[in-house]
Design a protein around this ligand. Sequence first.
Ligand SMILES: [Ca+2]
Length: 309
Amino acid sequence: MVDYVPISSERLDTIRSTTQTDPKLQILIKTMTLKTLKQKNKDTLTNQRQSTTTRSDQHRSGLLKRQRQSKYYNQAAKDMDSLKPGDAPVLLLMFLAPLLICCSAEEKPVDCSDILQQDPHSSSGVYTIYPSNKRFGIIQRRMDGSVNFYRPWDQYVEGFGDANGEYWFGLEFMHKITARGRNELLVEMEDFDGNKASARYSSFSVGPECEQYKLTVSGFTDGGAGDSLTYHNNMKFTTFDKDQDTWPNNCAKSFLGGFWYSSCHTTNPNGIYRWGADGTIYAIGVSWNTWKGNAYSLKSISFKIRLVK
Ligand SMILES: [Ca+2]
């Protein structure tokens, strides 16, 4: 689940002063859905408990930190309840002062995978990230077929997967993060022979829920992959249980993914992971048509964005 809160400018000032955060920071709050990593981290935690006294101390310190974060979160939740519906919406940080304070400028997490690298003990929860105009943050990734991407509408809205593996950031969060300003999109991909290619778009945004998370993308620059995404510009998002494409049937059902389908696609990054060329069932794989064609399912593909201005 992704949570955003409306808040007045006066309230924001109060929160900034009480949490001693940097007012220049652009912050978002996201609940990470990291069940797989949670289990991995639990195993790592068990091993570390058995290693040395020093590491046990570090672990206790981590628990205390998370307890403090929980305390701040609960207080902030109470604050949110007191907000009025007419208050201006902002993307907000607040109440995560422990995390903010412990991060140096070089350590600020751009996305959820950074949080896990900084603290392998991190569990699912609300964290602060710092979308950067220097580094790309990952909003979609396929790499090994470990996650099922044939999912209903509500899961595509909320996000799913493994922050260090296959991953969908969530449409609501994509909208919020791209509403801050102009964002650049970089799509990187690799085939099973080790060849790599990319496509870059100077502008990328996802509309609000009332526009059915419409995709707006433009400014293509070729990195060897060709342009397979402009075709999907201005399309609403479609899943197997929500048909909003321009085709008579449901593209998500026919091509087994979820995407900004038109009639239907020139790329299917959320399709079925098929390990290379396989035309048995037409265009259901993880494809980028202008590079490898619709019958080739890529080894990996990722969508990354960064704030330009
Ligand atoms: Ca349709």
